[in-house]
Ligand binder design. Sequence first.
Ligand code: BG6
Length: 490
Amino acid sequence: MSSQPALIAIFGASGDLTKRKLIPALFNLYLDKQMPAEFTILGVSRKGDAETFRTQMREAISEHSRRGDEGLEKWDEFSKRIDYINGDYADASVYERLGKRIQDDEATWGQEAAHVYYLSVPPEVFPVIADHLGSAELSKNRELDRIVIEKPFGRDLDSAEDLNKRLMASFRERQVYRIDHYLGKETVQNILAFRFANALYEPIWNRRYVDHVQITVSEEGGVEKRGGYYESSGALRDMIQNHLLQLVCLVGMEPPTSFDSDEVRNKKVDVLKAVRPLAEADLQHQAIRGQYGPGAGMAGYRQEEGVEPESSTETYAALRLHIDNWRWHGVPFYLRTGKRLPKKLSEIVIQFRPVPHLAFPPTSADSFEPNRLMINIQPDEGISLCFQAKEPGAGMRLRTVAMDFNYCEAFRMTSREAYETLLQEVLIGDTSLFMRADQEHEAWKIVMPVLLAWEGRKATSFPNYAAGSWGHAAADQLLARDGRAWHNPA
Ligand code: BG6
C-alpha cells in the first residue's frame, strides 16, 4: 500500500471502462485496505455530475465488482471521496478546476499527493488532454504527476510515434503508465516467478528442448456493443500487438539481473527486437485472418451492432513468429486469438521435443506424447505439466498424465482483478507492469507488415468461420504444414 495521499482524475468517467473496471478496482483496493488513507477520485467528463456519478458507480459495483454486493456497507464511506468535474476536455477551465482541487486537497491533507490522470477516453483525445495538463503545469512534478494511458496506443507505428511525441512534450517517460491489462494478471506475472525463481526449468527453456510454443487467447463472446471501436481495430491491433506479444516477451526473455522496472523491460524489449520481420512474400503462410459468421444460434460479426454489412475486419488472427537469438532460433511461436470461439481461455503451451530414443515397444502406447507444459492464464489459473507414466498392471503400457498446480487451491483465494494490481502500482509509482515507449514501438513494428497487407487486400472469403468453432481452418494449416497441431482444450 502507498501511504502517500492520491488524487485520481478519471478522464472519460462516463464511459464503460470506468464503471466496469476502474471504480470496482478502486473500491476493492479500498476494501482490502490497499488505498492510501487520504484520497480523492475525480470523475471528469462532458456529461454528468457528482451525485449521478456516485449513484451510477454504486450500481456498477453490484454488477461488475468481483465481490458483487459484498462489502457494499462501506460504499457510503468510500463514495464520500468521489467528486466530479463536468467539462469539455479542450476547455482550459477544466484543468484550472483540477489544479485548484489538488491544491485544496493537499492543504487539507497537510502533505503532497500523487496526482494520477487516468485517460479512459478515445485515443484521438489523448493529445488534447496531455497538452492541457502540460499548459496548466499539472505535469511538471516528475515524481507526483502520473499519466495513465489506456490502449489502443495508436493505430499503427506512425500514429503511436506521433502520440508519444505529443505526450513527451508535457511528461517524461517515467511519468507515463501505458496499460496492457494482461500484465496485471496474477498468472501472467507468475510466469516470471515460475521461470526465474526455480532452477528446474531454465536449463530446458531453449531450442535444445523446446519444439515450439503456442499462445492462445480465445474468447467466447463476440464484439458485443463495441462494434464501432472494433471496426477500426480488428484482432491484430486489439489483442496481438499488445496482450499476446507481451506473453511472447515473458516466455522468451532472458533472466533479468534484478527486478528493477527498467531491467525487466529491457529484457522484454530484447525479445521483440529479435522477432524476425515478417516478409510480405511469406505472409500467406505466416499470418491467417478470419471473421466469424453466424453459428450455434449466434449472429455473425457482420450482423453485430455498429458493424458494416460488408466488413473486412478480422475477428480472428493467427501468426507464426520466429525469435532470432541463441535461445530460440528455429523454435516457432504460434499465436492465435479470436472472438466467438468455443471457450474463453488464455493459455500458453510449451511443447517439448520427443525423447531422443524411445526404448519402449510401439505397442506400449497408442501415441507417444512428448512433454507439454501448459500455463493457464485464465480461467482455470494454474500450470500443468504433462508427462508419460506407466499404467498400472502387467506389462509396460504408457499413458499421458498431468501434474497440476491450481492457483486458487494453492493460495486459497480467487485472483484479484488485473486493474486492481495496475492501479495499485500507479499509486505506488512503479512502472514495471506498464509498457515503455520502445516496447510499443517494437510491438507495432512486428505487426505492421501484416496490417499493411491485410488493409491493402480486402478479405474476399469473410466470414470464414462459424461462431462457436475454433476459427478459420487455414490456421490449422499454419501448424499442420510444420507437422504440428493446435492444442484445443476439450
Ligand atoms: C481487451 C480487448 O484489451 O481485452 C477486448 O480490447 C478483449 O476486445 C479483452 O475482449 C480481453 O481481456 P480478458 O482479460 O477478458 O482476456
